[in-house]
Design a protein around this ligand. Structure first.
Ligand code: SF4
Length: 284
């Protein structure tokens, strides 16, 4: 209970025979809003697309939905809530586990309303863990972007071999792994003089450091390239069949539940396809 001065008696002390009220002023502490979330909320303005999520400012807060549901009416979409959002982001529409939150296969057909900036930050964290923090960090004058070559040189254990990655291997691995068919993060780290990604081709979600999938694939590439090579001669018709088969492996992206050792893994297929296409270029 506050007195008329806005003071709450917090404790009583006995002085002689009298009880003396000790009072402390009550101040309404402003709710702490993470600066990254605050900046993100301000960036939304009327609406913002973050990877595959469309965020709109509404009279009572914010609404979120898959960007492909832009024109669908609210009644066509299933109501979601903060507690089931993480699960929604973990599986594709046909129930496959998504190992990469930035893979372009976020399920559609849902909508979510949140009323505060904190809730918006929480929702985005469940859909794209680390997304707002990295987006905010990338806006600074000196974004904490890893240098790919330094990253592989400090690996240990089973990933130590990635320090042997040559520039052509690093380039192939990165183009195969980080392409927009598999990941919508905008790669800002570089290796082998590769240019960084531009938001137009992917999204505003920056990638500041190689992820575990990239590292696994880089390791596989180094080990695989040590194997003896077999000369294979194919006609142009056979090469076309091979490319079609590789494209089928690529379809479905990284959420197919296969690991790199699987011969039809999409990253492996994308790398081999690059090699076939570069041979075509050199023969034309
Ligand atoms: S390293 Fe490549 S695949 Fe991994 S998150 Fe970054 S951009 Fe995506």
């Amino acid at each position: 209970m506050l007195d008329r001065h806005g003071i709450r008696p917090a404790a009583c002390a006995v002085r002689g025979e009298y009880l003396v009220a000790i009072s402390i002023p009550v101040r309404q502490m402003p709710p702490f809003l993470n600066p990254a979330v605050q900046a993100f909320t301000e960036a939304v303005k009327d609406e913002l697309i973050f990877v595959q999520v469309l965020i709109r400012v509404e009279s009572n807060g914010f609404s979120l939905r898959h960007r492909s549901d832009d024109l669908r009416s609210d009644s066509d979409l299933a109501d979601s809530n903060l507690s089931n959002l993480r699960r929604l982001a973990q599986f594709t529409a046909d129930g496959r586990y998504r190992p990469l939150s930035s893979a372009p296969d976020l399920v559609s057909g849902w909508r979510l309303s949140v009323s505060t900036a904190e809730e918006l930050g929480e929702a985005m964290e469940r859909l794209y863990p680390g997304g707002i923090a990295d987006w905010y960090a990338a806006r600074s004058d000196f974004p904490p972007v890893t240098i790919g070559r330094e990253f592989v040189s400090r690996q240990s254990g089973r990933y130590r071999v990635t320090s042997e990655l040559t520039d052509p291997q690093a380039s192939e691995v990165t183009r195969a792994c980080c392409c927009s068919e598999f990941c919508l993060k905008r790669r800002l780290w570089t290796i082998a003089a590769l240019p960084v990604d531009v938001p137009r081709d992917k999204s505003v979600f920056p990638c500041l450091e190689p992820c575990a999938l990239w590292l696994d694939f880089a390791r596989w590439a180094v080990v695989s390239d040590r194997e003896e090579r077999r000369p294979v001669s194919v006609s142009s018709g056979e090469a076309a069949t091979l490319k079609m088969a590789l494209n089928r492996c690529i379809d479905g992206g990284v959420s197919r539940g296969e690991d790199i050792p699987f011969p039809g893994h999409p990253h492996r297929a994308a790398r081999l396809l690059q090699r076939l296409e570069s041979q075509d270029d050199s023969h034309s």
